[in-house]
Design a protein around this ligand. Sequence first.
Ligand code: ADP
Ligand code: MG
Length: 294
Amino acid sequence: VGVFFRPVEKINSVIETYPKGIAGFRRFTELIDTEPDIEDAPDAIEVDHLRGEIAYRDVSFAYSSGKAALKHVNLTIRAGETVAFVGPSGAGKTTICSLLPRFYEVGDGAISVDGIDIRHMKLASLRRQIGVVQQDVFLFAGTIRENIAYGRLDAGEADIVEAAMRAKLDDMIASLPDGLDTMIGERGVKLSGGQKQRLAIARMFLKNPPILILDEATSALDTETERQIQRSLAKLAEGRTTLIIAHRLATIRDADRIVVVDGSRVVEEGSHAELLKRRGHYRRLYDAQLASNS
Ligand code: ADP
Ligand code: MG
């Protein structure tokens, strides 16, 4: 797991839009360094308190290589719904999720949130409504408090403590001599993979966005830690529209809906039980994963 450190003051100016060139976001933002920033249209609107109802209408997209990464994707996601995306590697799952915070612009078609085309929104205001949790957690050299507050820089002490508690970081913090003031990073305490994940979850409780994108970790955590993190993520997802790029059977089963992506297209969607009965793409993925787990 790559962890990069940067002084906190460099980050303040970019917190509202996703930081560029920072390891934790790089997989989502590979092209952001090389492509011009997306500029707000003069009449772009500031959005706040979105309910998180999401619609993809005939969305197609190609990266600059020109090869299609998404073809005619149609999806309607209700406010508060948890949708898991599954499918083979390279199918287009990450691309679907990357278009929502406008890490890339839709080629054809449109994405709307609460009925508003995301291209008509001020980019920073859209991104304030979306939280992203990935397996590579971005940490910087600073205190645990500062690293949690990265979720929302104007947060007060009580909010930070509460976020740490909800992410179940409180026991770990209590065991450290300097508590929240403990330095992490090159010259501080080294956090375990599970603790890093919890820190990322604490940031999201603090940011409190109506929309969440979770790119699940596939490795690095032992089974018990993984199960606990899973429970914390489920708590975090409560009451939010959640898009999960899923690798684990447990997540898939609990999602309100499963969307199977294959060859740049949505090929199936439904609940776990519905899709198992259908004996199509999902059933094949499911059986293959069961076989490889046993
Ligand atoms: P998944 O998440 O399902 O594994 P992705 O959405 O990452 O699939 O990838 C879909 C397709 O787009 C693949 O062919 C992949 O090689 C390509 N792709 C993904 N990211 C980029 C990128 N930053 N630049 C160019 N092509 C990309
Ligand atoms: Mg992916």
